[in-house]
Design a protein around this ligand. Structure first.
Ligand SMILES: [Zn+2]
Ligand SMILES: [Zn+2]
Length: 274
């Protein structure tokens, strides 16, 4: 028997299931239009007050279903997480970093936007990362900042893992723009209001590409996510945002740029024997 048509793929895909979300009217419309090729949900009933699966707000939501393959369901669930992490990062930057360096601001470059499935023949490396730190008066770009989101606080992590493809993206952006990059780990917690839940930013830490290179441990194949290979790093390379605030006020961003010019692009990982 043929599997159902995945609404985001627009064709039958193996592992396609009835995927369930709780969505407000606005977000249901947004997902239909942008992610599901204009397909309305196959089921949308039962009003209740709860957290919306896309905007994360407490609103009147409905139980909403589309047929989606496993990958597309995972991608759609990642939109809310991405938005929560970006918003939290900006808010923490404003609170902890801006007072020390009001002349530097964060510009969100890569905005999380639902998209339908597109088959790419070859994966193109990224040309930009999530945020660009910019000098307010001159609009001069200073460095990139990429976010990674997870459920763990830094203190609970034995290693910090980043997919090899994500490492390559970061380095490609450094290469094509000539700007250094920082990486932030955002920890999100979940608050439940059955049958819904919302995500809350619960911690943020940062590191830079040189500190990452120095903290590389090994390459391991992931057990999930189609066995992608990930680079593992010692989490002690991450620090608090108030440390970044102090360092930036002392010109750390220029030191990073000089280092990049002098040493070249650091290799974030090496192939290791397992
Ligand atoms: Zn919503
Ligand atoms: Zn799909």
């Amino acid at each position: 028997m043929q599997p159902p048509i995945c609404a985001r793929h627009g064709k039958p895909v193996r592992n396609t299931q009835l995927a369930t979300f709780f969505l407000c009217d606005d977000c249901c419309e947004e997902l239909s239009r942008l992610a599901c090729r204009g397909e309305p949900p196959v089921f949308r009933e039962f009003d209740l007050i709860g957290f919306c699966g896309l905007c994360n707000e407490s609103r009147c939501v409905k139980l909403t279903q589309w047929y989606l393959c496993e990958d597309c369901q995972r991608v759609i669930n990642s939109y809310r997480l991405g938005r929560v992490a970006a918003e939290y990062a900006l808010q923490q930057w404003d609170t902890l970093v801006t007072p020390s360096v009001p002349h530097i601001y964060l510009k969100q470059v890569d905005i999380v936007q639902p998209q339908q499935y597109e088959r790419r023949r070859k994966r193109e490396p990224a040309k930009q990362l999530d945020f660009l730190a910019v000098e307010r008066a001159s609009y001069q770009p200073l460095f990139w900042l990429e976010l990674k989101t997870g459920r763990n606080a830094l203190s609970d992590m034995r290693t910090f893992q980043l997919d090899k493809s994500d490492c390559d993206d970061v380095l490609n952006v450094v290469k094509v723009t000539g700007l250094p990059a920082l990486l932030c780990h955002v920890c999100v917690a979940q608050e439940f209001q059955p049958p819904t839940s919302r995500f809350i930013g619960a911690g943020i830490w940062w590191t830079d590409i040189f500190a990452m290179r120095d903290s590389f441990i090994e390459i391991r194949r992931r057990r999930f996510d189609s066995g992608k290979e990930a680079a593992h790093f010692d989490p002690t390379c991450f620090r608090e945002l108030n440390v970044l605030a102090k360092m930036l006020s002392q010109g750390y961003h220029f030191a990073l740029q000089w280092r990049l010019a002098r040493e070249g692009i650091p290799q974030l990982y090496r192939e290791t024997k397992r």
